[in-house]
Design a binder for this molecule. Structure first.
Ligand SMILES: [Fe+2]
Length: 592
């Protein structure tokens, strides 16, 4: 997002401000930088854990990474072709193995393994593990989707975004892993960040030397992207959250580079700086020519597809699309559908909120797009044609109109806060609002990350007439970041953040809840009568409260904050409401 990112190399180059600190970028050798990841690779054949994903009624994807020989470390390109055996069992002791098989992997896919298991029972719990010559993986738990025609089951998921390694410990993931009531974890993007550890470090300075990125510079090569994914997968809290539940994942910008669009990114410099001799001895390794953006994005996608529990695009759902189809749809009986969209690959370049002293007319240009037109068609058809009670949309950037507030700088009347979100693509925003208004069956619920703050929004079709004309066509729930800097860190204090968020709610009265201090996750529960979002925040251990940044505390805990809901048929946010109770039913376990 455009809001709060570190100085990019581009900024440094453009400003000519290559400081002495920047010149020490290369102090950590590439070999030293890999030590943490190497250690995990050596700590076990399956040291990066196991994961499952993309659950349907009858299919599950299983994932792992094998290190067959000590030199076969992530990104290295080394290590032999390796046979990996997998088992899926109806019981956790593997007495009732229902499917098993073998897969080959090699350095060409960084020794990652993906298996799609077919022919399973709906809404049923399974356990899985991998084995290779040298060892056996931890046992993962997973389940098929609560998706049976004619039956309505409970549906409860956690959704998260913006998990920056250098931003803090992944306490939010630990809180998710400790739960027993989720069907799935939905990650809406910024699963990892591209920045290095020096001038482009992103996150609290206190964690320098404690929680550093590997590689230590901005990821750019395929080796970099693989090594960064591997680093994140060393985190025990992240591993635990993957091990406990199937995930549905989609990337946002930072899996590639900040504020990515179809042909570039804010944090990508296609043109090499003519004033820098990159080949000179002692040339700062942190300032590398970044080359062709499309080639960089292909490397980012390759590493993402290798290391994330996501099915191969277009292998199981195929719609008209542009580029690679990452968008896809999940069904949950007559209760809900979930359309997961992808909004970086084909988007038009971002434009400023104002131009020549007026609100920028380009924001409403129908030739500019966020998803490509084919994807938006697929989404709007899905929403208007849905017969389920709810149509959930897994979305990256904020969908509701958000006008700027003077507390963040001078604003013109009608000036939007952030043009990297749907407000920067108002023709597409309008088309989706119109589709929501036309939907007669399902009530639309947008689930969003990116902004590093918690929201519950009505979605007025015409915000300028709200609340006089209460024509809300759906609701939006926005999760806080796992660790990335929020309003508090960006604005300097919790008090300032609270003043700004209060002003933002006055300027945007359809924002029914806005909290800019907490980090954590949201639990979404869906019944035929209502959807409810419970917000969970991380807290410092002991009695330190807001004095100590809970992101710095490896012993931090998660605590319940508040809940908002939307009652079927109202298309509006209600609340606050009481915290969720137990699920109405549980996935089946065939054998105990
Ligand atoms: Fe983010």
């Amino acid at each position: 997002m455009a809001f709060e990112t570190p100085l990019s190399r581009r900024t440094l180059l453009k400003g000519g401000a290559v400081t002495a600190a920047a010149l020490t970028f290369g102090a950590l050798t590439a070999e030293e930088a890999r030590a943490a990841v190497d250690q995990t690779a050596r700590s076990g054949v399956f040291g990066f854990g196991v994961a499952s994903g993309d659950p349907t009624a009858t299919e599950l994807l299983l994932w792992t990474r094998v290190t067959p020989t000590p030199d076969a470390t992530p990104g290295s390109g080394r290590g032999p072709r390796t046979k990996v055996h997998w088992e899926l069992s109806a019981d956790e002791d593997f007495r009732h193995v229902v499917r098993q098989g073998t897969e080959w992997t090699d350095a060409g896919r960084d020794h990652t393994v993906k298996v799609v298991v077919h022919g399973l029972e709906p809404y049923t719990r399974y356990w899985y593990r991998f084995s290779a010559k040298a060892g056996t993986s931890p046992v993962g738990r997973t389940q098929t989707a609560p998706d049976e025609p004619g039956s309505t089951h409970a549906l409860r998921l956690a959704f998260v975004s913006c998990s920056n390694w250098t931003g803090g410990f992944f306490t939010a993931y630990r809180g998710i892993a400790a739960r027993d009531d989720l069907d799935v974890v939905l990650h809406l993007g910024d699963y990892l960040y591209e920045y290095g550890n020096d001038d482009d470090r992103y996150g609290p300075a206190e964690l320098a030397g404690i929680r550093d990125h590997q590689p230590p510079v901005e990821m750019l090569s395929l080796e970099d992207y693989r090594l960064r994914h591997a680093l994140y997968k060393t985190d025990p809290d992240l591993q635990a959250a993957h091990l406990r539940f199937p995930w549905i994942v989609i990337f946002d910008d930072h899996e590639i580079a900040n504020d990515a669009y179809a042909t570039g990114a804010e944090n990508h410099e296609t043109q090499d700086d003519p004033d820098t001799d990159y080949t000179a001895p002692g040339s700062p390794t942190g300032i590398r020519p970044e080359g062709d953006f499309q080639a960089r994005r292909r490397r980012a996608f390759q590493a993402y597809l290798e290391w994330m529990p996501i099915r191969e695009p277009e292998s199981w759902q195929r719609e008209r699309h542009q580029g690679t189809q990452f968008f896809r749809r999940f069904t949950f009986g007559d209760l809900a559908e979930l359309s997961v969209i992808e909004t970086r690959q084909n988007r038009s370049q971002q434009v400023p909120a104002t131009a020549d002293g007026v609100v920028n007319p380009a924001l409403a240009d129908p030739a500019r797009h966020l998803p490509e037109p084919q994807q938006l068609d697929w989404l709007t058809r899905g929403i208007t044609g849905s017969r389920a009670a709810w149509h959930l949309v897994g979305n990256q950037t904020v969908f509701a109109r958000l006008f700027g507030v003077p507390a963040l700088g001078p604003v013109l009347p009608g000036q939007v806060f952030n043009t990297d979100q749907w407000d920067g693509y108002q023709a597409d925003q309008r088309r989706l609002l119109d589709a929501m208004a036309a939907a007669r069956g399902a009530d639309p619920v947008v689930l969003t990350g990116d902004i590093h703050a918690s929201f519950a929004n009505d979605l007025p079709r015409d915000p300028t007439r709200y609340p006089v004309d209460r024509n809300s066509v759906g609701v939006e729930f926005v999760c806080p970041s796992v660790t990335s800097n929020g309003f508090k860190e960006s604005l300097g204090s919790a008090a300032t953040a609270q003043a700004v968020t209060a002003a933002a709610q006055v300027a945007n009265p359809w924002v029914r809840y806005l909290e800019g201090v907490g980090h954590g996750f949201v639990v979404l529960d869906v019944t035929p009568q209502r959807v409810q979002a419970d917000y969970w925040f991380i807290h410092s251990s002991g009695d330190k409260g807001l004095v100590v940044d809970p992101r710095l505390d490896p012993q931090a805990t998660v605590g319940y904050e508040t809940s908002f809901a939307s009652v079927k048929g109202t298309r509006r946010v209600s609340g606050p409401v009481a915290q969720l109770g137990p699920r109405s039913d549980q996935p089946r376990t065939a054998h105990r």
